[in-house]
Design a protein around this ligand. Structure first.
Ligand code: HSE
Length: 297
């Protein structure tokens, strides 16, 4: 018995929701094949598209699947083949796609004893290996789709947030690597009280805008006064890329996860396409290769 799955890319933080908000793309992701075997345990059989460890204990999919197997104690084992399409260090939830995919597939192959929400905890163990922090803002949207909010980490409380039908995301992925560990190292231990107030208000505004399909409110709320200022220098031409998206009519734009990808939200497919094109234009002639994605949320 085997299952072949699509493991979606995700945008974490979405400007004002550091480590708590995320959204799922349906046009970019990895593929994974998981086979149920009589030999117990979890093995990484093959990885294409990336040079990643095959050692189960060093592989995010292996660690996440093992965490779930230790919980469920199924009378089988699992062989995992991963076709990586999301680059590591892209800011598009590459490790989360592997971790979420692995637990989703294992759960499926043992008859779905856990809900997708219950799987988030196990997928987070893979994230811990990848970045040193068991954040859930990529694995939750990868498992549940759409927008998700991590209302609390202890205890884990994941909330699915509806998105207006016509909300699209445009992404530019400059082909440079920013390791999440490094992007977290530039953050400060303490934050300014006034900035915390602004960030809280924007996060509340964004959630409210998503529930009420108020595109203008979504746009007004897409600001990050805490993290983006500390990370912007890690992304070449970031301020120009962001400005290009806004000038092209995007509702708002910011760093996707820990970068270097940049996302923009837009009303409608056409507006998102324009934002993606405008962001791409900034990198033309700079010598930095890139790819763009547009997805409904
Ligand atoms: N919330 C995480 C961060 C996402 O920004 O560090 C990393 O993909």
């Amino acid at each position: 018995m085997e299952v072949k799955i699509f493991c979606p890319a995700t945008v974490a933080n979405v400007s004002c929701g550091f480590d708590v908000l995320g959204l799922c793309l349906d046009t970019a992701g990895d593929e994974m094949l998981v086979e149920r075997t009589m030999q117990p345990g979890v093995r990484i059989k093959e990885i294409t598209g990336a040079n990643l460890p095959l050692d189960t204990a060093q592989n995010v999919a292996g660690v996440a699947a093992t965490a779930l197997v230790e919980k469920l104690h199924p009378p089988y084992g699992f062989d995992i083949t991963i076709h990586k399409k999301i680059k590591a260090g892209s800011g598009l939830g590459s490790s989360a796609a592997s971790a979420a995919g692995a637990v989703f597939a294992v759960n499926h192959l043992v008859g779905n004893p856990l809900t997708p929400k219950e799987l988030v905890h196990y997928a987070m163990q893979g994230e811990k290996l990848a970045s040193g922090a068991a954040h859930a803002d990529n694995v939750a949207p990868a498992l549940l789709g759409g927008f998700t909010l991590v209302r609390s980490y202890e205890p884990l409380d994941i909330i699915e947030i509806p998105a207006p039908e016509n909300l699209y995301v445009a992404i530019i992925h400059p082909h440079i690597e920013v390791r999440t560990k490094d992007a977290r190292a530039v953050l400060k231990d303490r934050i300014d009280f006034k900035k915390a107030v602004i960030q809280t208000a924007n996060l509340a505004g964004l959630i409210s805008g998503l529930y009420t399909a108020d595109f203008d409110l979504i746009g007004r709320s897409l600001h990050d006064v805490l993290v983006e200022p500390l990370r912007a220098h890690l992304i070449p031409h970031f301020s120009f890329i962001k400005k290009a998206a806004l000038d092209a009519g995007a509702l708002g734009a910011g760093i996707s996860g820990s970068g270097p990808s940049v996302f923009a939200l837009a009303k409608g497919n056409e507006a998102a396409g324009k934002a993606a094109g405008a962001m791409a234009q900034v990198l033309e002639g700079t010598g930095i290769d890139y790819e763009i994605h547009v997805s409904n949320i």
